[in-house]
Design a protein around this ligand. Sequence first.
Ligand SMILES: NC(=O)c1ccc[n+]([C@@H]2O[C@H](COP(=O)([O-])OP(=O)(O)OC[C@H]3O[C@@H](n4cnc5c(N)ncnc54)[C@H](OP(=O)(O)O)[C@@H]3O)[C@@H](O)[C@H]2O)c1
Length: 236
Amino acid sequence: MTAKAKTVLITGANRGIGAAMEGAFHSKGWQVISCMRKLTDQARPTEPGQRLSIRLEMDVTHQAQIDEVAKFLNENNVTLDVLINNAGIFPEPTDMSFRNLDLNWFHEAMNVNLVGTIRVTKTLLPLLAKSQNPRIVNLSSGAGSISQRSGRRYCYGASKAALNHFTRGLATELKPEGITVVALSPGWVKTDMGGSEADLEPESVGTSIEQTVQSLTLRQTGRFLDRLGNTGTYSW
Ligand SMILES: NC(=O)c1ccc[n+]([C@@H]2O[C@H](COP(=O)([O-])OP(=O)(O)OC[C@H]3O[C@@H](n4cnc5c(N)ncnc54)[C@H](OP(=O)(O)O)[C@@H]3O)[C@@H](O)[C@H]2O)c1
């Protein structure tokens, strides 16, 4: 791997917004480390002169796999500039009423959307330390807003609200070290999770997020951004 290339690691990069971000970052010359639960055999071809991108197996609920990724990156002397915690699930049927909730959906949502992000961040944090502009981007959602709470989405919404809480805390703690931490909501995107009625195409969202991440600095740490990097679209 090229030691000086800007490097981004994306979780859940095999489909949806994660795959779109992989494409967007790759096309802008980033070194992309795409992590996914099951490796696909359609690795993005690296043309001569392009920075090497790589796909690694990582389930965000499996600490041993996250450790393996960290070991591989350490052995290859990789410095991460950006960690994008994108992997996420929406376990409950949309609009499920409180009385019909299965408590397992809470466990699943928390384990992937909150604790998965924490596991990955805790394990990979040392790899960000050497970057000139280290950034952690947690994919959040308007459903995680408490002040703009609407609809049901109890399990997913609670997990994203907790993720927002974690994001603010981590931003405060890591600011003195120069590490930027933000929550970013992509908007309503046509993916397996967002559904076909959504108003945004994953490719355009991937492009917007790359631009936002590219210009992200410590001045924005602790903010809840939209895909274009604006604050104010979403409230905590
Ligand atoms: N789409 C929207 O409208 C929307 C809106 C707001 C926020 N978001 C957020 O944006 C992120 C991406 O959403 P999306 O729409 O692209 O969802 P998606 O199409 O359902 O894709 C989810 C991705 O997360 C991966 N994933 C799930 N559990 C995982 C685990 N345990 N370990 C590793 N990867 C795992 C999936 O991998 P598998 O293929 O292995 O399942 C898949 O790659 C999520 O955090 C979501 O909450 C999406």
